[in-house]
Design a protein around this ligand. Sequence first.
Ligand SMILES: [Zn+2]
Length: 460
Amino acid sequence: MNFPAFARISSFLFAFGALAIAAPTPEKIIVLKAARLFDGKSKALVQNGVVIVQGNKIVDAGSNLSAPADAQVIDLGDATLSPGFMDGHTHLTADFSGNFAQRRLDELDLNVSEQAIIATTHARATVEAGFTTVRDLGSRFPASKECVDVALRNSINKGVVVGPRMLVATWGIGATGGHFDPTSGFRDMLFGREPNETDGIADGPDAIRKAVRFEVKNGADVIKAAVSGGVLSLADEVDTPQLTSAEIIALVDESHRLRKKVAVHCHGDQAAKDAIAAGVDSIEHGSFLKPDTLTMMKNKGTYLTPTLMAAEWIIQKMGNYPPALQAKAKAAYDARSEMFRNAVKLGVKISFGTDAAVFPHGQNAKEFKLMTDLGLPAIDALKTATGNAADLFGIAQKVGTLEKGKLADVIAMPGDPTSDITATERVSFVMKEGKIIRNGAPNVPPVAESGETPPEIPAD
Ligand SMILES: [Zn+2]
């Protein structure tokens, strides 16, 4: 190219660039069509579903809407459009699947930065499975204060990493020797000091307040605490209360003052009563809750996050866990089916949550079938992961339903999930904030169980 030609082109580009700044072209419109649509809140699907997206927002959604001229139309055929699923209980920075003792050793071995890099694959698998938002309820690494969940959330928000929108808890708050005490089960002083409020381990109302404040200072969006014992911890009983009423009242008061929701890990019935009375926003797990406790939840509007997948996985892989944990897992598993049936019968508000990390990330949707098998109608199961979750998370004004003005988090699954709920496990289209993350086969192989080789990417 000779110089004058170059000058002409560059002056043309300059003029064109100036023009583009003066009159920005409107953002491209994408029209998503499918045989059916679930809007995240209604009692039934509608036929001939259409979602019209411009930029990162939904412009319109409903049945038989006509596509604006010049729109890009994506016809997904015999499929169901839905708001992006939301999982209220994940641990994207962790992998608790595989052998318990080996995992405990690996955690001491791996650099936190290496675990953070691995976590990006968990985030990718989760969003590719159709989960466009998660509440990540606890992230910690032995003898480290790195908030990898905060880093992952921020990297996803900046577009550096592909993953779901995350609301993160930093480290779980709990009592000395309780479910979240990271030094429990290890020789005393192995890590050089007792954990304190700045590790989330707090005894007494003032220490609990300090822990909440410290977490918010470090980037927590939601506060997580263990009010009862747990399954995958070595030095506690699964159902004993671990915080006093005074401590839980301080926890809720301080969190709500800072406009953060409170999610409590709770298997035990007495601990749940104390937590519900104190005004927590959700009970996570809830294995041993009795009907009168569930009635308290119904009356107070407290959400249940059932995490049926967690116990289901552990029960199928019992040999991976030491005998003490096997006994706790079995007790929780045996109790939870009746608890869940009672919760459905009593009309307790349910928000979808799985405890992903206990099983490999990306299998979250298997929770749907476990819920419908225990009596929750399919349409209500779909609501737990959309409208209900958005309400519990406190972001219903932005996501959770397919409505004009909401962020365009839209997924599609084959067929009709109300006649075959396992369609939720075969999500094949994922859009997050107007950007298509997946259309057809997944872009990445599924996350393998810890210690196993990842399988190939399935063809479709
Ligand atoms: Zn959990």
